[in-house]
Structures are given as structure tokens and as C-alpha cells.
Design a protein around this ligand. Structure first.
Ligand SMILES: [Zn+2]
Ligand SMILES: [Zn+2]
Length: 561
């Protein structure tokens, strides 16, 4: 659910010369990152991502940041900066562009290429792109931007420094400090130090792994583990990872070559993204290793590797379909190995273990984060964050990107290094930087926006509650006819139960209490159908709870005849 802050009210008008930060998503959950900066009446947006739904969001495809707080001010947006190509940073961009198509989009080569394929799917043309790389400086209205290389679980990620009259802001985006990354592109701590020397007034830092002590291991450290998995596999190897994890895919391609296996991509986003990464030179595909997925059937199983999407247990993904044996051409057999080379994003645990169990049931050996070092995180651990605070020496810190526990842990790290002012804020909580000091100024209303098929924002959190109740508890319908002249129950109550333990049970005990309650309500002057229905709902609800310990959806219908 969203993060209401009843103790806060709307922020006052922004003071002249001050900078306002309005987080619309990502501060309170891992996903749908979006932060708005306001200065001198103009807006700069950093990231615009999606959050993937969990089990308690039945029928929801995606969750977006709430654009409502800036909907009246879309014309004031100078640019949308995309720090990197992950879905939780770019995925909601098409939905924002539907509201204003010519917002300038700023990002690195790979980030914009991944975004581009998404924009084409949404049939958005005529978009405005500004391709940048580390070291570049670009000015949009009152915002002077400078881009800094950061290392993450996708190539070509950038941190962004924003200079305005209110001071210097540094936003890390998602980052870690792998000192020996596969592509040699490290987080540019020299630039962090230079900006620190200049004086960083507000530092927004990735909180995802702030609770994890020490340092995130190097991506390279999993190479020997992948090699061992290949050596131990007598039959096919299926590797599931994020469709954007170019370096992980690179490691699997290299292992396949070393073990004389052929590789095919399974899953639309994997095929598409790896094509883009290869074309732009971020992925090196050794000659002859890649084959079409359908060709694999002609090869003996010990020569086969599949690289698939679905490492988070997404129900429609290739891996989920493989686990349920509904995939059109991949059938798991006894002796196959499945390698889940990915993290477990909080909230996805049930879905992932469902997939692991499904695969194991068909006889596959499943190697995952829980039983081997087959994944390293893309985010800085506590040790790296401490380094950053000591290097940058910011005046104010605002932890971003994480659940509240992650942000609080990150805040504590900042305080330990002596940062004078740390502000923890969740989505919608407005933070102003005035005369070099950041503080909470109020809140804007900002909830979760659910995408359900082609509808955006039509379903609400209370609709979802109804769906959950229907799914888990079924429903009870009660039809009563009240004679409008005599004010007495003249038909029913007719009671039906569907989709729950009450189906087929006897409702004899409750009929008379319903009639009595209605008679009493009418005698006390209640005449309208709505309030009579509420009476029925209350009587039936208490009875089902008392006698059956259930809370089905109760649909009372009172007809006046
Ligand atoms: Zn990321
Ligand atoms: Zn992220």
C-alpha cells in the first residue's frame, strides 16, 4: 500500500532560491523510482520506473508512480533524466510520455536504446532524446547537469549531479563499487571526490543494501561457480537472470564456449535486450555459440544452454512456463540443471520458490542464491556506502531506493560518518533545501497507480482488497423482499454462497435473525434500501465470523415490492 503521512500537510510555496525534492516513488519500496526536483518554478525529473505487483495485487500487471502531484505542471518539466536501463527506473516512462510526449529524455547510450524499444511498443514516436556519457555537462533551464560513471548490474549506468542556485545535489542512481568489473568501468570515485571538494549540499544515495554489512563481492567472483555448475551438469543447463544483466549473460556465454555448449535465449525481453547490447558493443558473442531456440531440439542435451527470463517467478515468464510444463518447446527432464543467477527482490519470495519447487518436481537440479554463490548484488553494501560518505562529505543526505528499513539503515551509516543532517522521507514527503539545510516541508498526495491490461489508474487499493477477499473467501449473496406497504419481509431471505467453505452449508439459523433485524430497523424508521442492506450485511457478517470464522464478501440485496 502507499505511504500516507496524516501528520503532514501540503507544503508551503517554495522559498525563492530554494530547491524542492518531491519523491513520487521508490522511497518506501524497491521499484517505481521517480524523483522530481523543483527550482525557480521549473521541474527536473530523475527516473520514471515501475514496480512489479505481488501476490496481494490480483490482476495487476504493473504499478506506476503517481503523476498526480505534477499533472497540472507537465509543461514545467525541463527534462527526464534516466540513470540506467532497469525497469524500476525507465518502465513508467511511456505512461508519462502519454501525458506529454515531448519531454526531453536524457540518458546513456544503452539506457536510451533499451527505453527506445519500449517506446516503440507503446507506439510513441517523435520523442526527444539527449544521449550523454560520463563527464558530459548539459543545462536544462535552471538545472546544470553533470554525469558520473557508476558501476551497477547493467552497463552504462550514470549518477547525476545537479547544480542550481540552491546548491549542488548528487544523486547516485543505483550503484555499487566493484573494483574489477567485467567491463572495467568503475564507479568514478575521483569525480565523487571532486564534487565533494566543491561541496555537495544534498546527497541522494541508493539504500537497497544498506543493511548488508561489508562489501558487495565482485561480479567476477561468481565465474568459478558458474564454471563448476557447467562441469557438474550431465544434461541441459537453463540459466535464468534479469533480461538486462548483460555481464551475467556474458559470463554464461563464455562458460558455454569453455564447455562446448550452444546457447539460445528464451523469452522476448531477453532476445530483444541482448540483441541491443550486442549491436552497441556491450556484449561480446563468441562466433558460433548462439543458436535459435528451436534448433536446440536437434542437439544432444549435454550441448545445450538456455538463457531465460523469469528469475523473479513472474507468472507469464518463460521460466514459470517451463516449471509448469506449459512452455511450447522447453521441457524440463530428469537430470537437467536450472541456475537462478539473480537476486530475490523483496516481495517475490513466494513466486520464486513456487518456480523452484515446480522445476525440482520434474527432476531438475536447481542451483540458486540460497545454495551457491551464483549471484552478486548490483547495489553498494554498508561498507561501500561508508566510503562514499567519507569521500563526498555531504552537508545533507536523503536516502533513496529502498523499503523504509533500508533507508533507515542507510541514514544511520550517513550519521556514523558525521553527516550533519540526514532526512528520511517516503514517497510523497516533500523535502526542501533552503540555505543549505534540507528538511521535510510537507507532503503531496501520492498513491499507487495500477495498470490492469490497457487501463491505467482505474482500479484502486480498495478494489484490490475486494479482489483479494473474493479470491480467498468467496462471497455470500442475500436477497430479501420487503413489502413497501406493510414494511414487513415478504420474500426470502434467499442465501447463496460461492467460492468458499460455506458452499452447500445450511443457512437456516440465520434467516430469522435477518428478518428480525430488518423488522427492527424498519420500526425505527429506516426505509431506504441502502441502509437496510447494511443491516443485512452486519447481521450476516457477524454470524459467518462467529460460526464459520470466515470473512467472505457479503452482497445484500433488499428489494422493495
Ligand atoms: Zn538498477
Ligand atoms: Zn533500481
Amino acid at each position: 500500500m502507499s505511504h500516507p503521512h496524516p501528520e503532514l500537510s501540503a507544503p508551503p510555496e517554495l522559498a525563492k532560491g530554494a530547491l524542492r525534492v518531491i519523491p513520487l516513488g521508490g522511497l518506501g519500496e524497491v521499484g517505481r523510482n521517480m524523483t522530481v526536483f523543483e527550482y525557480d518554478g521549473r521541474l527536473l525529473v530523475v527516473d520514471c520506473g515501475v514496480l512489479f505487483p505481488e501476490d496481494h495485487h490480483p490482476g495487476v500487471d504493473l504499478i506506476l508512480p503517481d503523476f498526480a502531484p505534477i499533472r497540472e505542471r507537465l509543461a514545467d518539466i525541463e527534462a527526464l533524466v534516466l540513470t540506467h536501463g532497469h525497469e524500476d527506473h525507465i518502465g513508467a516512462t511511456p505512461y508519462l510520455l502519454r501525458e506529454r510526449g515531448d519531454i526531453p529524455l536524457v540518458g546513456s547510450e544503452l539506457t536510451l536504446a533499451l527505453l527506445d524499444s519500449k517506446l516503440r511498443e507503446h507506439r510513441l514516436k517523435e520523442t526527444v532524446h539527449h544521449r550523454v556519457r560520463e563527464g558530459d555537462r548539459l543545462t536544462f533551464g535552471p538545472f546544470e547537469l553533470e554525469f558520473v560513471a557508476v558501476n551497477h548490474s547493467i552497463p552504462d549506468a550514470l549518477a547525476v549531479a545537479v547544480r542550481t542556485g540552491a546548491g549542488l545535489v548528487l544523486h547516485t542512481g543505483d550503484f555499487k563499487m566493484d573494483q574489477l568489473p567485467l567491463d572495467g568501468r568503475i564507479t568514478d570515485l575521483r569525480a565523487f571526490a571532486r564534487l565533494g571538494e566543491e561541496g555537495v549540499d544534498l546527497f541522494l544515495t541508493d539504500s537497497t543494501n544498506a543493511e548488508t554489512p561489508g562489501f558487495t563481492p565482485a561480479e567476477r567472483s561468481i565465474t568459478p561457480v558458474i564454471d563448476q555448475v557447467f562441469r557438474d551438469s550431465a544434461k541441459r543447463v537453463v540459466v535464468a537472470c534479469f533480461a538486462s544483466h548483460v555481464h551475467r549473460v556474458q559470463q554464461v556465454l563464455d562458460a558455454a564456449v569453455a564447455h562446448d555448449r550452444k546457447v539460445a535465449y528464451v523469452g522476448r525481453s531477453m532476445v530483444r535486450n541482448m540483441m541491443i547490447a550486442k549491436e552497441l558493443g556491450y556484449l561480446t558473442v563468441p562466433a558460433g555459440v548462439l543458436v535459435d531456440a528451436k534448433e536446440l531440439a536437434t542437439l544432444p542435451p549435454e550441448r545445450v544452454v538456455l538463457i531465460s527470463t523469469g528469475s523473479q517467478g513472474e507468472p507469464m515468464s518463460a521460466l514459470s512456463r517451463i516449471a509448469q510444463r506449459t512452455h511450447s518447446f522447453v521441457h524440463i527432464e530428469e537430470g537437467d540443471t536450472v541456475l537462478l543467477a539473480s537476486s530475490l527482490i523483496p516481495g517475490n519470495e513466494n513466486a520464486v520458490y513456487r518456480v523452484i519447487n515446480g522445476l525440482a518436481r520434474w527432476g531438475a537440479r536447481v542451483v540458486h542464491k540460497g545454495n551457491a554463490l551464483v549471484h552478486v548484488s548490483g547495489h553498494a553494501s554498508a561498507g561501500e556506502l561508508l566510503y562514499c560518505y567519507n569521500i563526498v562529505r555531504p552537508r545533507n543526505v536523503l536516502p533513496v531506493h529502498g523499503e523504509i528499513r533500508h533507508m533507515l539503515a542507510n541514514a544511520e551509516l550517513a550519521r556514523m560518518t558525521g553527516v550533519p543532517n540526514v532526512v528520511v522521507a517516503e514517497d510523497g514527503v516533500v523535502v526542501d533545501l533552503v540555505d543549505g539545510v534540507a528538511s521535510v516541508a510537507g507532503k503531496v498526495e501520492c498513491g499507487y497507480v495500477f495498470v490492469d491490461g490497457s487501463s491505467v489508474g482505474d482500479i484502486t487499493e480498495s478494489d484490490l482488497k475486494d479482489r483479494r477477499i473474493l479470491g480467498e473467501e468467496g462471497f455470500l449473496s442475500i436477497i430479501v423482499v420487503v413489502d413497501s406497504v406493510s414494511g414487513k419481509v415478504s420474500g426470502g431471505p434467499e442465501i447463496h454462497a460461492r467460492g468458499n467453505a460455506l458452499e452447500g452449508s445450511s443457512f437456516d439459523d440465520i434467516r430469522q435473525p435477518i428478518i428480525d433485524a430488518l423488522d427492527r430497523a424498519i420500526a425505527e424508521g429506516t426505509t431506504d434500501a441502502y441502509h437496510l442492506q447494511q443491516t443485512v450485511r452486519r447481521v450476516v457478517g457477524q454470524w459467518v465470523n462467529r460460526t464459520h470464522r470466515r470473512r467472505p464478501m457479503i452482497i445484500p440485496v433488499v428489494i422493495e415490492a
